[in-house]
Design a protein around this ligand. Structure first.
Ligand code: BF8
Ligand code: SF4
Length: 635
């Protein structure tokens, strides 16, 4: 049974429970917000200066220009570019944290961290063009950190960011350079967007959007460096069998849910929790401490430690409604401000950890990398204290849980393929794309939104694509949706994959020692880990001697919500990837901007947005897009 808000079976229990308890959730607030403002939905509302707010009449009867003279095209273009800048800022700030941590580790500071994956670090150093022979590992770490931080500091406009130059195809770099959208400095590019979109500046829509695209590519830089350096510090993900959905909460344990994005604290919480298990048992929790994940922090530790994923973005409040979460630890991004209020209805301690991200009513533990172990201990002590206040009568854990095989980093995928061809690991993948066993590759990324039935777009599209022999990759809350729906299992491959895809997933899985196929959907990680999918695509493109816009590769942000998703979708398009949005973006008030994003980008970059809210129609369009790409390659 499903509800009209969600297809997540745990929600069929939790949504009525919230009603019964009289607790407002994201779905109630969505309802209360109806009808939502039409001007905002179309993107034609401007609040950039205090002469405004201004809005353009979409029917042509009222004002067609704001007070300053800006028309719908300018207003829409500025609004969406600013979203790209905000997304880039969020991911890059996360990346900067990781890079600064690596720099300190290299200097022998930050005792809670170390270089965990030396091979990865050496590989990165080579990719960035560093000489490593005869160098100590910490020297290499220092040099990699310095080159990374240069991407936030470089003032030479004609020198692109190190991490973009090192990770894309030559042809793509040339194209982006010709279009003047290659970022040279993440911070500067974000600043430029804010500057050029302020009152009385850039008003030509295409120019504004191209400025935004440069910001979106800066977002890519922030993500790829965050992902790669996280692997250095915390280990490169390997396949791991774990589980997902609210049934991963354990009534007999102290449940700590880690929510957000940045793995710096959650990694240490995992370590310290293992050491404090006895304290938990002494407090009466028979099964000790049970760490579970939510959103992308959840994805990060799911991939690296097999920590189960409790839920994805839209249902984060529902984890608290189970009455079994003793502490929810929030770092940055996609944390609902309502958590403190919901937590107050139960015994749950809501703990914020980053000084720049506080919630009224939550307990704040000021996290510092230098004192990470101590901070993790504080958090766990708060959870133990809260557990003692837990009311067993209010515990309602839905018995809904799915197995999920996760941990498909680029290295893991290539490693699994190398079991079929050690000399040339990409050959089996390419051969199977050419012979049609695999028709193409689709990356599912991005959020949940109340604008769709939770998880439904992802699951419907994924099943249809799999049936049509398309290899599926996933990240972020899209990955959460597909994990909760049981599509990251070997059984799902047996049930849903088309014959060709099934044969390939089985051959690779058997060769990799899995006693069966690979799961139907390969979980590549959090949102910043979208860069892993680019890694696979670039390797395939280079091997074939083509560019990314020739590959039978599509992306789908089927339930996009966040400004970060706007940035990711836009760099995906700029890299040449047709990118589906299952939510109508707030740009349709300008025909010009809509055309730029869905049509002109095809000529400029090869990638473009496909907007389709109906998941079956969306699947059909994605399949047709892959076929078009195949025809282009004459395969
Ligand atoms: O970075 S997918 S709702 S949690 S923004 Fe947020 Fe969207 Fe989830 Fe992760 Ni990404
Ligand atoms: Fe209105 Fe122009 Fe000010 Fe925007 S910038 S609020 S359109 S006057």
């Amino acid at each position: 049974m499903t509800t009209h808000q969600s297809i997540d079976p745990a929600m069929t229990e939790m949504i009525p429970l919230a009603k019964k308890e009289g607790i407002d959730t994201v779905w109630d607030r969505h309802q209360a917000m109806q009808p939502q403002c039409g001007f905002g939905q179309l993107g034609v509302c401007c609040r950039i200066c205090w002469k405004g707010p201004c809005r353009i009449d979409p029917f042509g009867d009222g004002p067609q220009r704001g007070i300053c003279g800006a028309d719908a095209d300018t207003i829409v273009a500025r609004n969406v570019s600013r979203m790209m800048a905000a997304g880039a800022a969020a991911h890059s700030e996360h990346g900067r944290h990781i890079a600064l941590a690596l720099q300190q580790v290299a200097e022998g500071n930050y005792p809670s961290y170390q270089v965990k994956d030396e091979q990865k670090l050496k590989g990165i150093a080579k990719t960035l063009g560093l000489e490593i022979d005869g160098k100590e590992i910490l020297t290499i770490a220092a040099e990699v950190a310095a080159l990374t931080l240069e991407d936030f500091q470089n003032q030479q406009h004609d020198k692109p960011c190190n991490w973009i130059s090192a990770t894309l195809t030559d042809k793509r770099l040339e194209k982006l350079s010709e279009l003047h959208v290659l970022p040279h400095n993440i911070d500067a590019v974000v600043t430029q967007i804010m500057a050029r979109t302020t009152v009385g500046c850039d008003s030509e829509a295409t120019n504004v959007i191209l400025g935004g695209v440069k910001g979106a590519l800066a977002d890519y830089v922030g993500m790829v460096l965050a992902t790669e350096l996280s692997d250095v510090l915390f280990g490169t993900p390997q396949p791991v069998v774990t589980s997902s959905n609210l049934g991963v909460l354990d009534e007999a344990a102290i449940n700590i849910a880690v929510n957000g994005h940045n793995p710096l604290l959650s990694e240490v919480i995992c370590d310290v929790a293992a050491q404090m298990d006895q304290d938990a048992k002494a407090a009466g929790a028979q099964n000790g401490i049970n760490i579970v994940g939510i959103c992308c922090t959840g994805n990060e530790i799911m991939l690296r430690h097999g920590v189960p994923l409790a839920t994805n973005y839209l249902s984060q409040e529902m984890a608290i409604l189970t009455g079994a979460v003793d502490a929810m630890v929030a770092d940055v991004q996609c944390i609902m401000p309502s958590l403190a209020e919901v937590g107050a209805c139960f015994h749950t301690e809501i703990i914020t950890t980053m000084d720049e991200n506080k919630i009224k009513g939550a307990t704040h533990v000021s996290f510092r990398e230098a004192t990470a172990t101590e901070n993790a201990r504080q958090v766990i002590e708060l959870a133990i204290a809260a557990f003692k206040r837990r009311n067993p009568k209010r515990v309602n854990i839905p018995q809904v849980k799915q197995t999920a095989i996760a941990g498909f980093s680029t290295e893991t995928i290539i490693g699994a393929l190398s079991k079929l061809d050690a000399e040339d690991p990409l050959k089996p993948l390419i051969d199977n794309i050419v012979n049609g066993n695999i028709q193409g590759i689709a990356l599912f990324a991005g959020c949940n939104s109340t604008q769709a039935v939770q998880d439904n777009n992802f699951v419907t599209i994924a099943k249809e694509l799999a049936r049509n022999n398309i290899l599926l990759l996933a990240t972020g809350c899209g990955a959460g949706a597909l994990a909760k729906s049981g599509l990251m299992t070997q059984e799902a491959t047996t049930s849903y994959a088309g014959e060709g895809l099934k044969a390939v997933l089985t051959a690779v899985g058997e060769a990799a020692g899995l006693n069966g196929p690979l799961p139907l959907v390969l979980h590549m990680g959090s949102c910043v880990d979208n860069s892993r999918a680019v890694g696979v695509a670039v390797a395939v493109a280079n091997k074939l001697g083509v560019d990314l816009d020739n590959l039978p590769l599509v992306a789908s942000a089927a339930e996009a919500m966040s400004e970060k998703a706007v940035a990711i979708g836009t760099w995906s398009v700029a890299l040449g990837i047709p990118t589906h949005l299952g939510i109508v973006p707030q740009v349709t008030g300008s025909g010009t901007v809509t055309d730029i994003l869905t049509k002109s980008t095809k000529d400029l970059f090869g990638g473009y947005f496909i907007v389709e809210t109906d998941p079956e129609q969306a699947a059909a369009r994605l399949i047709e897009t892959i076929q078009e790409r195949r025809r282009g390659l004459s395969i």
